[in-house]
Design a protein around this ligand. Structure first.
Ligand SMILES: Cc1ncc(C[n+]2csc(CCOP(=O)(O)OP(=O)(O)O)c2C)c(N)n1
Ligand code: SF4
Length: 293
């Protein structure tokens, strides 16, 4: 049941007003991801007393601090490890991680890999701005080839991670990638990911005009935001063009970043399997005790 109609009403309900103003620069995409998350939570009608946020360090990792709900602002790269602990101790809680591409795929890469592999029942919202924003623009593992960073002044020579692809390969139950300029599909997808049992990844491609846009000469904020629209394509459209398009059409979309839902499966998760194992051992113990009497 949706009670809220306007963004103002939404913000009044979900934002922790005492934390304002935010640290975000003009044109930063992080606030949009936060608002999409609020709409998804509102539409789901979840009791916010049963929702806990966790984050690491970075501009994106500041988001839980602005939410009127319990949250843990932890150490760089470790949010998923903390979130796993929260979920293990409170299985009925919905645990949501906000993380950056540096936090999640750089220093926290191994936590990410193993949480996805174990299909830990949490939702990870990773905001990918291709850079370490908070510390002034060092190269992130997601930075496109050739892009400029303080630590790559002559252009990135490393191949970037495709984090959504990696999560699919690891067997995460729900994986999607979206941008920040069209709300309908991302909000719908956030609702799906949040409700999904097992590991969900929602990757958002979001502009960082200060550390990435300026350095990579993407123009003013308006042009930077338009760059994302011009360089992304819906997965379904990409597939159609690759199957039926002309060579020219294929060449036009070949290097675009795909958006959409990449995986939606029902693999059993770690906590479910662990509970089954404990019950199996308990039964065995009861039987053994019964046999001894
Ligand atoms: C152990 C440790 N190493 C390095 C840092 C410095 N540090 C703080 S934020 C950050 C990068 C964050 O980048 P990202 O996760 O992409 O988030 P963004 O700021 O771009 O949203 C780094 C390297 C730190 N705080 N702790
Ligand atoms: S540095 Fe980049 S990521 Fe950080 S608040 Fe500014 S625009 Fe956003």
């Amino acid at each position: 049941m949706v009670e809220i109609k306007t963004a103002d009403e939404l913000n009044k309900k979900f934002l922790r007003e005492g934390m304002w103003p935010t640290i975000f620069c003009n044109g930063c995409g992080h606030g949009v991801v936060l608002e999409y998350t609020f709409w998804a939570l509102e539409e789901l009608g979840w009791d916010m007393d049963n929702v806990i946020f966790a984050s690491g360090i970075g501009c994106s990792s500041r988001l839980p601090g602005y939410i009127n709900a319990d949250g843990l602002h932890t150490t760089h790269g470790r949010a998923i490890a903390f979130a796993t602990g929260i979920k293990a101790a409170n299985p009925d809680f919905n645990v949501i991680v906000f993380t950056g591409d540096g936090d999640c795929s750089g220093i926290g890469g191994n936590h990410f890999i193993h949480a996805a592999r174990r299909n830990i029942d949490i939702t990870v919202i990773m905001i990918n701005n291709f850079i370490y924003g908070m510390t002034g623009g060092q190269l992130a593992p997601t930075a496109p080839l050739g892009s400029i960073a303080t630590t790559a002044p002559y252009g990135n020579i490393e191949h970037p991670f495709d984090i959504s692809n990696l999560a699919c390969a690891l067997g995460a139950n729900y994986v999607a990638r979206w941008g920040v300029s069209h709300p309908y599909q991302p909000i719908k997808s956030l609702k799906e990911g949040l409700q999904k049992k097992g590991f969900s990844l929602l990757e958002f491609l979001a502009p960082c005009p200060t550390a990435y846009g300026r350095r990579n000469k993407l123009g003013d904020i308006k042009k930077h935001w338009a760059w994302y629209d011009n360089n992304t394509i819906l997965k379904e459209d990409y597939e159609k063009i690759m199957k039926y398009g002309t060579e020219e059409e294929k060449a036009q979309v070949k290097d675009k970043m795909q958006l959409g839902v990449f995986q939606d499966i029902q693999k059993s998760g770690f906590f479910e399997s662990y509970e089954k194992l404990v019950n199996r051992l308990k039964e065995k113990e009861t039987k053994t005790k019964g046999a001894k009497k």
